[in-house]
Design a protein around this ligand. Sequence first.
Ligand code: ADP
Length: 716
Amino acid sequence: MNTTVHFDLTAKSDYCDGTLELRGGQIVCAVNGENETVYPLSGVKELVQRTYSGCSMLELVPENGKTDFSDSVPVCRFSMAKLNEMGEFCKVVNHYIETGEEQEIPEEVLRVCPKCGRAYAKGVDVCLFCVDKAYLLRRTVQLVKPYVKPLLFASVLVTLSSLLSALAPMLNARLVDGYLLATDLPYDEVRCGIITTVCLIGLVQVSSVFFRIISNRRANRISCTMADALRKRIYDKIQRLSMTSMAKRTAGDLMKRVTRDTETVRSFITEHGLYALEKLISFVAVFVILVSISPFLTFLVLVPVPIVIFAIYKFWNRIHLRYEKQWRTESRVNSILHDIVKGIRVIKAFGTENREIEKFDGVCKKLFKVSASNEHFWALVFPWLTFFMGVGEFLVILIGGSEVVKGTMSMGQLLEFTLFLAYIYSPLRWLSSMPRRLGEFTTSLIKIYEILDEKEVDTDRADGEEFTPGDITFKNVRFGYKVYETVLKNVSFTVKKGEMIGLVGHSGAGKSTLINLILRLYKPDSGLITVGGKDIDTIPHEAYRQKTAVVFQEVFLFAGTIYDNIAYARSDATPAEVIAAAKAANAHDFIMDLPDGYNTLIGENGHNLSGGERQRISIARAVLRNPEILILDEATSALDPETEGAIQEALVKLTEGRTTFAIAHRLSTLKNANRLIVIEKGQIAEIGSHEELMEHNGIYAKLIRAQRQTAKLTKD
Ligand code: ADP
């Protein structure tokens, strides 16, 4: 069982190779394989990770330790690159302190590239810096596998077209040597020969064009189908990503993968990959013909080729890194643009347009610099590669010309040879343009597979059984958004079916986090959540979602009609059910007053609804869902008293008979709650009814008094 991690700084902040191991109830620490120090865990409350300027430290906090950590024991120091690894170690040690069980450090946390030592990105089994060529090939094969047959068909057609057009130089040579330079043939025969050969050349060219058109049409169809399927796959996958995976990425980043990357991959495969077979076959065929004309001249043509191939190989990695950088900058531009469009009201309200313009200008300039530098690099490299490739052509004309003069080669043969040069250089030029194309292609391919390989919301343990909600129980639940920051600690409680619970606490205490766990948007790091006696993890997601509904403070309405927005909760709802839900949410009357009633368009370019109206649509959604577990996250904050009254009324109807968790800033709105759970710094501080907690005279009572005081002051 692996419980060892590596840290990288000594106590004096010098680089080192340090190891930390959880072994037999102790932490064993060694620096460069020496100086083992043992830290027993008895009498220790927690292992914490604390960040100072420039580095972080692991520290052991003793039981009853001081809150300012002044009596904690430093264990090791490490750079920011080790944050995740050390966070996982903390989790394992803290789990041991709580339960006495040793757990293994997850393997993916410890995976680092053997070449460069950088940690692998999550969900990706390749180092994005070193780029494993076998990985890329495997992924490309995976990608084109469903399209192999039509791609091969298009490839064969384009190869046929190419081979047909390669007959032209041979016919040209026959024209020159056989007829134009022939002195011993009768005029009629020469005339007839010229006409026949020219017609043949025409026929060959027309057939070549014909095959190319069919191939292009085929290729275009495959290319559109492939891009469409790929876009759909990425989009589907994004829908199924966990919140943790989503939080790592920006909207611009994800949008770029669905749109630009699929386009780059598509165009590479169908516009360049398609020609691989053609280039290879025409190269071999022309090579055989050239050798049959003059082996020596053929040798001269191919002299520079190995040098060029070596140069391409050398440039490959540099070019890939350059395109990776360009990708990241483009993604940043997209993200800023997305933020500006989404937050335009805030920008205008604060009059910060100029600041935003400057910010956007800044990233655009950076993108300009990066892409211009890439273009300059390529503009310098490509002509030189092409030049070296063509050096053989000079030699052929020089030496071939002198052979014609000497009479060892005919004029027609030299013409044929030089015309064929274009056919042998075409695959080589294609090859020399590859580093750039491959750079773009592999960057996009990696970015696409980064998403496709990412772990989905974990449904592995769901056993597909029907699920009947019952009591909700938290047992020693611990959770943090980042491995090194615990938000909820040792949370344990049981909520009876049908009970209404008010969640109370200071801002940042962890109320929304607790709700996120009930909604299964995140998984607890340790501990157990059960619903109706079943581990929440074993309940099929779909079944669980059907029984839950949320009313958030910030209501998100999709572009569409009001009807569609309510029916979003249940696609099979009948119009009568939608209207009944709107009525229950006190929304029917204001909807009927709108110009198009339920068909009124909302969202972008549509009708704008007030905060209270949006909130009531959101409640109607929840009513339509008819959930067993209901979450109200600040559902009535920021509303005027009259609207709040209407909404409160709707909420009272909605919460009847359902297990409800409600967060409310104004504690008076929780008066219907059966019990209140007070959360303080991620832990449960108090549980009980309003009366019990007032009598207890703790945090809740203090909060109530403070709010009453504020209300009184505002009235006065
Ligand atoms: P509350 O709802 O009680 O105001 P939250 O549960 O929203 O508190 O937040 C608890 C802590 O978790 C805060 O320190 C907050 O900064 C942090 N937090 C909340 N959401 C995220 C997130 N998505 N990623 C990282 N940290 C978060």
